[in-house]
Ligand binder design. Structure first.
Ligand code: ZN
Ligand code: ZN
Length: 374
């Protein structure tokens, strides 16, 4: 699918500037989030056929693409008119070798898409053995980290969609229903609320399954008195939503459930309170983790406090213990502490946020401070 969002700024120029700043001579990207960010080109199902944008530091740029994908590339070429197509009969290695020669990449440093097929990297290394290859994130990370106005608009819209579905997601949880059926209903609700929405995941973790942060939704049937963790998300116009709510089916059977839930909510509050530009990512994690540790549940908070979001569900920055990376205005990420008591239950609350000039703005409705019974 060709990406629905066309970049509004000249991102290719910014990429060239980033190459210059990093002392890197060339950039090779295949269809994926980085290329979507720069040109709007989405998934064109090229698979094992090489489709790539090759950028040189001093301004040269060309596309290599399968002839069968040429119209899709022309529609999202990012202003690059040099499009070289190949057929299954000719193969692409000749074009790759031409590009390396014309851009003068021999003996130089080339940043390559870390998510592309290893076969393409091996082909590049074979056609231009003296080039030194490094990961493209060295260039692309800085460009994508701070969201621009249009990206923030799309992330707000995606977050609002996730919020709109919460009442139906809660109502879908009834004793006797299978986790899979609840997940199907949540996915349907999302698609009905926004026909262009592409669901990416839907975790329905009931009772003891809630103790697994990334439980694989299955056939287990929900029962009265259990906690249910719902974590769902996907893409709307390219940008993601990702939300987690936790509730109980009627009065919770486990007497510790309300306290665990409240602790998770408090941890999320503490994390939200410290977010502002300049604060290290690790300090946000610490704020949440300290709250959970103080309540005696430290060993049961099994993961980082959050992950960046944008075109990808998981992207930088990561709110991990000890990270010194400073928050910057425009960064967007999840804040999602959780407590997981093995074989009993789990509770996690997740909202997406963006860093403002002096604090934080939520992209989702926050969860209630007290455990909700549905
Ligand atoms: Zn999530
Ligand atoms: Zn998440």
């Amino acid at each position: 699918m060709v990406g629905a969002t066309q970049p509004t700024t000249d991102r290719l120029d910014r990429a060239r500037g980033a190459l210059e700043a990093a002392g890197i001579d060339g950039l090779l990207l295949t269809p994926g989030p980085d290329l979507q960010y720069l040109t709007g080109l989405g998934d064109i199902h090229a698979g094992e056929r090489l489709a790539a944008l090759v950028l040189g530091r001093s301004g040269q740029a060309l596309w290599i693409c399968p002839a069968m994908n040429r119209p899709q590339v022309e529609a999202c070429a990012g202003g690059v008119s040099d499009i070289r197509s190949w057929t299954d009969a000719t193969g692409y290695t000749g074009l790759l070798s031409d590009a390396a020669r014309e851009l003068g990449l021999a003996g130089r440093t080339v940043a390559v898409d870390e998510e592309m097929r290893a076969a393409f990297l091996l082909d590049l290394q074979a056609t231009c053995p003296s080039a030194r290859t490094v990961g493209a994130s060295r260039v692309m990370r800085t460009l994508r980290l701070r969201k621009d106005v249009e990206e923030l608009r799309l992330l707000h819209a995606a977050g609002a969609l996730a919020d709109r579905v919460i009442p139906r997601a809660r109502a879908a949880c009834r004793p006797g229903r299978a986790e899979n059926d609840v997940a199907d209903e949540i996915r349907s609700a999302l698609s009905e609320a926004a026909p262009g929405f592409r669901p990416a995941f839907c975790i329905v973790a009931s009772g003891p399954n809630g103790a697994l942060p990334h439980h694989e939704t299955g056939s287990r049937r929900l029962a009265a008195g259990e906690l249910v963790v719902l974590d769902y998300g996907g893409h709307l116009e390219g940008y993601v939503c990702d939300i987690t709510i936790t509730h109980s089916l009627g009065h919770p059977a486990d007497e510790e459930a309300a306290r665990v839930y409240r602790t998770v909510w408090e941890a999320q509050q503490r994390a939200l309170e410290v977010i502002r530009p300049g604060v290290p990512c690790g300090a946000v994690d610490r704020a949440a983790r300290a709250q959970i540790e103080a309540a005696g549940y430290g060993p049961y908070f099994l993961h980082r406090t959050g992950h960046g979001v944008g075109l990808q569900i998981h992207e930088p920055p990561y709110l991990v213990p000890g990270s010194e990376e400073p928050l910057e205005e425009g960064m967007c990420f999840s804040v999602e502490p959780g407590i997981y008591l093995p074989a009993r239950f789990g509770a996690r609350l997740e909202v997406l946020v963006t860093v403002t000039s002096d604090g934080v703005e939520l992209l989702n409705e926050p969860s209630s401070p007290e455990l909700i019974a549905v």
